[in-house]
Design a protein around this ligand. Structure first.
Ligand SMILES: Cc1ncc(COP(=O)(O)O)c(C=O)c1O
Length: 386
């Protein structure tokens, strides 16, 4: 069938560059994958059981569009406990199909055709596509290795134009593992105020930080009204397959997003909501345990990569290392492709993550400790052959 039937909007959006590597890796034997950005843990047992109980007790119906009130209340308490920020569970919180849906809704309710959204890069592979699908124009502003991949407020200020509607940030960051400092976030908050911009803060990795504080952007002075906070259970609670995330925002923004969600989704899975409620109630010790485990792997992969000769900024959050591969003379796509074919280690080329990503590859260390050790040996062998 001809693609002439497709809208120009979708024709202009390239497929995710990351898929190619997953697909190639999945056809090969004995591959160590550092490519997929998801926890290797299974969802904690009490959370699993809550999902099973939910189904067995006949919770098989629709819920309210925003998600069960009890769950919204629990999330409001959770955000207050962690970040001292108060959201009204009746008007300012909704549950979505992962943070992914929240991103899509946020871009869709904010952008008119041609409106610009500043995106701090290197970034999650979906951002540019989601902005384009909403009719907007992504304006990429790169974080640099020299700044430990923290934001550069001056570069963001320089990118603001009369068409700028919002700034999209993600800390802890996929793919760099960076955690933005309070000072830079305060500078971004001042820019948002001065130019009357909305900030979309994707904080899906908020609980995975190593010895540093995570600053919740809307908790900064004056920012709650201008921030769309996106979060979820996929990473912190090892629940990627349940597909549950959330949005917290001022009522005008949240209600617009909810209107769209009502027509497209109606409500998210009831089972996932009941499991997430259990995660909020009893999941804390599991989050701590998983985080400690990631920390152990983080230390190993970072020191291993540096020893091999791939300089790696210490990632302070999420579960990614982002080594600099420029010394090999290969670009990131060639590096990833050859490493996969020659040594069967899958990593993701930095070029997939937008401006500032070339010259790096992303290694996800949410992989068994001994597999990471073996991957490091293979990478070392690969580099010595180049
Ligand atoms: C920065 C970032 N945001 C959002 C998502 C999507 O998360 P979810 O599973 O909640 O849709 C991911 C997944 O990799 C991510 O890395």
């Amino acid at each position: 069938m001809s693609s002439k039937y497709l809208s120009s909007r979708i024709r202009e959006i390239p497929p995710s560059a990351i898929r190619k590597f997953f697909d190639l890796a999945s056809t090969m034997q004995d591959v160590i994958s550092l490519s997929i950005g998801e926890p290797d843990f299974t969802t904690p047992e009490p959370v699993l059981q809550a999902g099973i109980r939910s189904l067995q007790s006949g919770q098989t119906h629709y819920t309210s569009n925003a998600g069960k009130l009890e769950l919204r209340e629990a999330l409001a308490e959770y955000l207050f406990r962690l970040y001292h920020i108060q959201y009204d569970p009746n008007r300012e919180i909704m549950f979505t199909i992962g943070a992914s849906e929240g991103l899509h809704l946020a871009a869709s309710v904010l952008l008119n055709p041609g409106d610009e959204m500043i995106v701090s890069t290197p970034c999650f592979v979906s951002y540019q596509g989601i902005i384009r699908m909403a009719g907007g124009v992504p304006v990429e502003v790169a974080c640099r290795k020299e700044d430990q991949f923290d934001l550069d407020p001056q570069a963001i200020a320089d990118a603001i134009t009369p068409r700028t509607k919002a700034i999209l940030i993600n800390f802890p960051c996929n793919p760099t593992g960076a955690v933005a400092s309070r000072e830079t976030l305060l500078e971004i908050s001042r820019l948002a105020d001065a130019h009357d911009l909305i900030v979309i803060s994707d904080e899906i990795y908020d609980r995975l930080v190593y010895g540093v504080e995570h600053v919740c952007f809307p908790a900064l002075p004056g920012m709650q009204q201008r921030t769309i906070l996106l979060g979820g259970f996929s990473k912190d609670y090892a629940m990627t397959g349940w597909r549950i995330g959330y949005v917290a925002a001022a009522p005008e923004l949240l209600q617009a997003m909810l209107r769209m969600h009502q027509y497209i989704i109606m409500c998210i899975s009831t089972t996932a909501q009941d499991a997430a409620l259990e995660a909020l109630k009893t999941g804390e010790s599991f989050v701590q345990e998983m985080c400690q485990d990631y920390d152990r792997r983080r230390k190993m992969i970072v020191s291993g990569l540096n020893q091999i000769g791939l300089p790696t900024v210490e990632p302070l959050g999420a579960f990614y290392a982002f080594p600099d591969i420029t010394s090999t003379g290969l670009d990131s796509a060639a590096f990833a492709e050859r490493l996969l074919k020659e040594e069967k280690v899958a990593v993701v080329p930095g070029s997939a993550f937008g401006k500032g990503g070339e010259g790096f590859v992303r290694c996800c260390y949410a992989t068994a400790y001994d597999k990471i050790e073996e991957a490091l040996e293979r990478i070392d062998r690969f580099i010595s052959k180049i």
